[in-house]
Write a protein that binds this ligand. Structure first.
Ligand SMILES: [Zn+2]
Length: 343
């Protein structure tokens, strides 16, 4: 099968395009002929081999994908051949203490597609049938742009930060895949959204997503703007995911008893922490990673209802995965980049 894969860690140039052996579904697994995949920042970490993302080679990248079930292995009942599906990107054991308590996002045997398991930048993938969710009307191209970003944003804002309609949230990097999902989800909940974006074009895009206030972080002081907008109160929730370059501003933007939730750190992982901020203002710091299948199903329902919609800025052929990585790494991407597997 054709695939975009790596045989060493490094820059975008290490992504090769060529033939790999087609996987075979084992007991309880399905073979999915992928039509689309999409890029996420985690793909870059895996490719670079940093932050604990080490894989055996050759390794197929990609956590997001959608396609048709071509074959079902023995023991599969949930889905059947010919079903159009999107993949829940975490392979979980469904039996550990965390899975049983409803926190499969933290499964002790968790494997993220394209990280500890083979990924979606390929014609075929074999996954547990549990990971194949029938699309029931959602287009496969759109579906491939949903799971990682929307599920993570939902898990962060709804499940963990418990954002309420009366509250205000600050969303960093709102023009990216994850940030744009967070803006839409926060608006769906009825919250007031203050979003940041870099430059006029990206700011207009974020306004179009429904953000109530957009701060161009290149020309404005974000903390001062947040305080003006909130009458000096600060925001109830900060949706981070940028890390080193925004952390201090995030903490300063929080109101007393505010919550900061972060599902990533694209600009660096080391951040200062003044413990007095935790106890004097009683703020809460939360980390998010992925989400549960139930959360993804809820998101898909809202997509079907027209309430959420990933913004796909570009569709590239599988053979151009390397170029797409380069653009994403250089911050040239608005919304999501989708990879067309069939070319
Ligand atoms: Zn588990």
């Amino acid at each position: 099968m054709r695939a975009a894969f790596i045989t060493e860690n490094g820059g975008p140039e290490v992504i090769k395009y060529g033939e790999l052996e087609k996987p075979r579904p084992k007991y309880g697994e399905v073979l999915v002929r992928l039509s689309y995949a999409s890029l996420n920042h985690v793909d870059i970490w895996v490719r670079r081999g940093i932050g604990g993302y080490k894989t055996p080679f050759p390794h197929v990248l990609g956590a997001d994908g959608a396609g048709l079930i071509e074959a079902a292995g023995p023991g599969v009942e949930e889905v059947k051949e010919g079903d159009s599906v999107v993949l829940y990107p975490l392979i979980v054991d469904r039996s550990c203490r965390l899975c049983v308590s409803g926190r499969e996002d933290q499964c002790i045997n968790r494997k993220l597609l394209g990280n500890q398991a083979e990924g979606t930048y390929a014609e075929y993938i074999a996954v547990p049938a549990y990971n194949a969710i029938r699309l029931d009307g959602i287009d496969e191209k759109l579906a491939a742009a949903i799971p990682v970003t929307f599920m993570t944003a939902w898990h962060s804002l709804v499940t963990l930060a418990k954002l309420r309609p009366s509250e205000t949230v600050l969303v960093w990097g709102a023009s990216g895949g994850l940030g744009s999902a967070a803006v839409q989800i926060a608006k769906t909940l009825g919250a007031t959204v203050i979003a940041t974006a870099g430059g006029e074009e990206k700011s207009r895009f974020v306004e179009g997503l429904g953000a109530d206030h957009v701060i161009d972080y290149r020309s404005a002081d974000v903390v001062r703007s947040v305080m003006e907008i909130t009458n000096g109160q600060g925001v109830d929730v900060v949706f981070e995911n940028v890390g080193a370059s925004t952390w201090v501003q995030s903490i300063r933007s929080l109101s007393p008893t505010g919550r900061l939730v972060t599902p990533g750190a694209t600009t660096g992982k080391d951040v200062p922490l003044d413990v007095r901020d935790l106890y004097t203002r009683q703020i809460t710091l939360m980390g998010a990673y992925g989400g549960t299948k139930a959360e993804l199903i809820r998101v898909l329902k809202l997509v079907r209802a027209g309430k959420l919609k990933p913004f796909i800025s570009r569709v590239v052929p599988l053979s151009k995965a390397s170029e797409a990585h380069k653009d994403m790494e250089e911050g040239k991407v608005t919304g999501k980049v989708v990879i067309s597997i069939a070319e």
